[in-house]
Design a protein around this ligand. Structure first.
Ligand code: SAM
Length: 254
């Protein structure tokens, strides 16, 4: 099931990193969301043990390492991890990058991390409940789990027509076949879920949900070059009506 996602991310990695130009000044949360330096969900990370699941090019892990955290990043894509390793070197920080899947966190010890972080990655899993339970296991007491996702309401709207064309209640596997300029076809897979699915999975995993953040339109999008595809998916007019990113902050209180 993860094979097609791994293939996609290995294929798109270099183009994605070139287009996204993600900075390493502050951890980011996703399209039209403020960065961590604005939201301050993590508190000070100096001396903290952090795992980033679905770390991609490693930018957020690198930010945490620059701020004095001991950070591990895990990702399914070797191409994303190759980029991350190089970027960490360029930033002169040490991050432990691990090739693996967030569906299997068995290699990480129980009660041993202060923070688990994830930006726009958990949409690639069919089963978030099992991941949340594992995240709960590896966190220390009072440890926090902060993650962002595509806002499920945003995904109901067709960004060309601004009309609700996708049923909010139609959850589960979503496939798109992209034809690239060279004529080759590529399969994109993600999983749709409702806001309540995410919230209830956190509660079922024993987390205390401290905050849900649905950022309003944020003017500057320095992190992304304004590419045609970006404008197609996130037209400013639509983004102002309904934000594309949702962020959860949960705590292990027991
Ligand atoms: C949209 S990118 C986000 C990357 C990074 N968090 C960021 O914000 O730049 C999603 C990432 O999730 C990774 N990913 C997808 N499925 C995964 C899985 N099952 N386990 C670990 N990583 C996964 C992809 O390889 C990709 O790097």
């Amino acid at each position: 099931m993860t094979k097609e996602i791994e293939k996609w991310w290995n294929e798109v990695s270099s183009g994605y990193q070139k287009d996204a130009q993600i900075h390493t000044r502050s951890a980011h949360y996703g399209p039209y969301a403020p960065d961590e330096n604005k939201l301050k969900l993590l508190g000070t990370v100096r001396g903290k043990k952090i795992i980033e699941i679905g770390c991609g090019g490693g930018q957020c892990s690198i930010v945490f390492a620059k701020q004095g955290a001991k950070c591990t990043g895990i990702d399914i894509s070797v191409e994303q991890l190759k980029f991350a390793e190089k970027l960490a070197k360029r930033n002169k920080v040490k991050v432990k990058f691990v090739h693996g899947i967030f569906q299997d966190l068995n290699q990480f010890k129980s009660n041993s991390y202060d923070i688990v972080f994830s930006a726009f990655a958990l949409l690639y899993s069919s089963d978030i409940l099992s991941i949340f339970k594992q995240v709960y296991r590896i966190l220390k007491k009072n440890g926090i789990f902060v993650f962002s996702l595509n806002h499920p309401f945003y995904d109901t709207v067709n960004p060309k027509t601004f009309k609700i064309e996708n049923r909010y209640f139609k959850t589960g596997k979503h496939i798109e076949i992209e034809t690239w300029p060279d004529g080759t076809k590529h399969k994109f897979v993600m999983y749709k879920r409702k806001v309540s699915d995410i919230f209830n999975a956190l509660v079922k995993s024993k987390f205390f949900v401290e905050k849900i953040i649905e950022p309003l339109y944020v003017k500057k999008q320095k992190a992304w070059r304004v590419k045609k595809i970006w404008k197609e998916i996130y037209p400013e007019k639509l983004v102002k009506l309904i934000g594309p990113t949702i962020i959860f902050k949960a705590k292990k209180i027991k």
